[in-house]
Design a protein around this ligand. Structure first.
Ligand code: GLC
Length: 721
């Protein structure tokens, strides 16, 4: 797709001007940026004000030969001025509309300052919480990642990229970055075509179908080929099979990294490989470090195709006609509306890991807040630009909400230090309190890029603090603020109630108190399994059953199902897949969670117990329904999930696979029917054992497991003939 203006520009551009459009240079100083833009740089990182962005844009439009406006790129990952919950937390909300609204709010703030391109959403499916960037994605599940990722794309881009509140989205990191060996960032990824197609590519296909404007190449190799030089995937799949007409942008210095990858002799080789593979924009400025002869390795057709893609994005953004932003309309701080949205989002992302009834707090008179997060403002999480509005403290939010209570604060331990000397004073301060709230977690610094951890327990002496508080016999609750699933086995049994609040953003503190006192429902569900030990990783629910699945030998209650089974292994079954020194299954499974309200649920039903394959192929679907009643005195949310079990398939199927979910609020006593359509797309999988991959549904028996958590879902049968 192109326009006369773009075609005319390409016909007039010199090679130097073309190459200028195919780079984005990050973190330039103001002087450099103006010189680079004057030289013809087409895109730039520019975390500045609207006025400064307009000034830079004037250099592009008025001081260059062709006056092509620049794209202003930035990592607007979970907010710009108003920071929302980290993406992993947003996934836990199981609320795509919320994710879309947060992205739209961030886009409005960013575009008002002149940003036109964000490097978000991250769609890397990951089953390895050692990897610090799980915080930036939507967890271990393919469907949840695809749904949340497309919601974020739609939120950023809106209906028209030229709109005042729209920015171009970038689905990243293409592809399989979330499966690095050892959980170490940037490390090798080696996987089968089967897993590539059925897990890692699916969310990106969904984002392309939703109109994502750009795709970012990943740092890693896939089966030996660095993604920045992977023609089979960047061009073969993305541009030819999927007909993607947007921009493929490199990651920071990803093209230069082809040298340490060992696949390029020099920078000219790296640039030639990358653009020949299908890269359109290099991030870092490598092409300008080469002369024309070195760049000539990239043929004119490929060069013009890349420039066309870049200029067409500028057309779609309306930059040629309106290159400047209205400085008077710049959003420079959170608004009441954006704060309210962020607060609601942080509460809806919270997951109640366990609760013996201590939560919600019942008008406590004397409260002790302890732990390093009690009086901390570190709630923003990884990836907030310098713009992000600071968060308040839980202590202040608690005092605001309970003005008549005696709220004491004593952190007791630092978030990282190995020093427990402050714990005795905490126990002394706890005496006479109605409840102690232990606020613990991971600092933002241990989360995000280049932040992999080999030990997934709470850092420092936080677990000692929890156990000491448990020993003083006063009711207490634990609030967790973290950017990844943690190993909690060393204290979880001592805690009566645990709220997973993640890194919740600018309004996290108020949202946490909203949930603690019951003003808001903690009805989120886990988007990633919590392992019992780092030794279990990678761990996820959608695993294959194996030929020798371990079981608990029936020693556990019915709430345990054989989905990788949870609980003590049946030691009589020696030759089965288990650990000798660890119970089976995760500490908390994907989809785990609850809330304060209680619900009664009917048995699930399916509109037809049997459907013909050709009908599915023609677009027919069946409907799964379940009636849910709020049996409590308070409003509450239920999150109904549908998992497919393909009982027998030509390729070993996962034991379960999430294919649909829906979160709804029910008033006290209200009954509602959840209904979800199950068709070809939900029942199929990719077969990769032939020359060309094919998405198929195979006749046979399926079980559709329906419920509010994975481990309590109830099956209903569907046969495909
Ligand atoms: C980083 C990240 C990428 C980000 C880019 C620009 O290295 O891998 O996600 O968008 O650089 O900051």
């Amino acid at each position: 797709m192109t326009t006369d203006r773009v075609q005319d520009l390409i016909a007039r551009m010199t090679p130097e001007e073309k190459w200028g459009q195919l780079q984005i240079i990050f973190r330039p100083h103001r002087a450099d940026a103006e010189d680079l833009v004057r030289r013809g740089l087409g895109s730039v990182f520019w975390p500045r004000s609207a006025a400064q962005t307009n000034a830079l844009q004037r250099v592009a439009v008025e001081q260059t030969r062709l006056g092509i406006p620049v794209l202003v790129g930035l990592d607007v990952i979970h907010g710009q001025r108003t920071i929302g919950p980290v993406p992993l937390a947003q996934a836990a909300s199981f609320d795509p509309e919320l994710v879309r609204a947060l992205a739209a709010s961030a886009a409005a703030e960013a575009r008002s300052g002149g940003v036109t391109w964000t490097f978000s959403p991250m769609l890397d499916v990951s089953r390895d919480p050692r990897w610090g960037r799980v915080v930036e994605g939507f967890g271990e599940d393919v469907h949840l990642t695809a749904v949340m990722g497309t919601a974020m794309v739609r939120g950023y881009q809106g209906e028209d990229l030229a709109g005042a509140g729209a920015i171009a989205a970038t689905a990243k990191h293409f592809v399989a970055y979330g499966q690095p060996e050892g959980g170490r960032d940037y490390n090798t990824v080696d996987l089968s075509p089967h897993r590539l197609r059925n897990v890692h590519l699916e969310p990106f296909w969904a984002a392309v179908a939703a109109g994502a404007a750009s795709i970012m190449a990943a740092f890693n190799t896939v089966s030996g080929v660095p993604m920045h030089a992977h023609r089979g995937l960047l061009t073969g799949v993305l541009k030819e099979e999927w007909d993607f007409d947007g921009i493929v942008v490199g990651d920071a210095d990803g093209v230069r990294n082809l040298l340490p990858h060992g696949v390029a002799e020099d920078l000219a080789d790296a640039v030639g490989l990358a653009f020949g593979a299908g890269l359109d924009v290099e991030m870092g400025g490598a092409p300008w470090d080469l002369d024309d002869a070195a760049r000539a390795r990239v043929d004119t057709a490929r060069l013009d195709d890349a420039v066309t893609r870049v200029l067409m994005l500028k057309e779609r953004l309306g930059l040629f006609d309106r290159p400047y932003v209205d400085e008077a309309a710049e959003i420079t701080a959170p608004t009441p509306a954006s704060r309210a949205l962020a607060r609601r989002a942080a509460a809806r992302s919270a997951v109640l890991l366990k609760n013996d009834g201590t939560l919600p707090l019942h008008a406590p008179r004397r409260v002790l807040l302890t732990g390093p997060f009690a009086d901390s403002t570190d709630h923003l999480g990884a990836w907030t630009q310098s713009f992000g509005a600071a968060a308040g403290t839980i202590a202040d939010a608690m005092r605001d909400r309970l003005p008549h209570a005696d709220v004491r604060v004593m952190s007791g331990v630092d978030v990282l230090d190995d020093d427990a000397e402050g714990i005795p004073a905490v126990l002394a301060a706890a005496r006479g309190c109605d409840v102690v709230v232990v606020c613990v977690g991971e600092p933002s610094s241990l989360s995000g890029e280049a932040a992999s951890r080999s030990d997934l327990r709470l850092p420092g002496r936080q677990a000692d603090l929890i156990r000491a508080v448990a020993g003083c016999g006063i009711p207490f609750v634990v609030v967790l603020e973290n950017g990844r699933p943690l190993v909690v086995a060393d204290w979880i049994d001592d805690a009566p109630a645990v709220l997973e609040a993640w890194h919740g953003g600018t309004e996290a503190a108020r949202a946490i108190v909203d949930v603690l006192v019951g003003d808001a429902e903690p009805a989120g569900r886990l988007p990633m399994s919590f392992p019992r030990s780092a030794g279990q990783v990678p761990i996820h629910y959608a695993h294959e059953n194996t030929g020798r699945p371990a079981t608990t030998g029936g020693t556990l209650t019915t709430d345990v199902v054989d989905i990788g089974v949870q609980g003590p292994a049946n030691v009589a079954e020696k030759f089965t897949s288990k650990y000798l020194d660890l119970e089976l299954g995760p500490q908390f499974a994907f989809g785990h969670g609850g809330g304060y309200a209680t619900f009664a649920r009917s048995a699930p039903a399916v509109s037809e117990g049997c459907v013909r394959l050709e009908e599915l192929e023609a677009g027919r679907s069946v409907t799964v329904t379940i009636d849910v009643t709020n049996t409590s005195e308070r409003s509450g949310d239920d999150v109904i999930q549908v998992y497919v079990e393909d009982v027998v398939a030509s390729i070993a199927p996962p034991v379960r696979r999430l294919v649909a979910f829906d979160r709804r609020t029910l008033a006290p006593g209200e009954t509602t029917t959840f209904g979800m359509d199950i068709g070809f797309e939900q029942l199929g999988f990719w077969r990769t054992d032939a020359a060309a991959a094919a998405f198929v549904v195979e006749p046979g028996l399926f079980r559709l497991h329906v419920g509010s958590t994975l481990t309590t879902a109830v099956p209903v049968e569907l046969r495909v003939e």
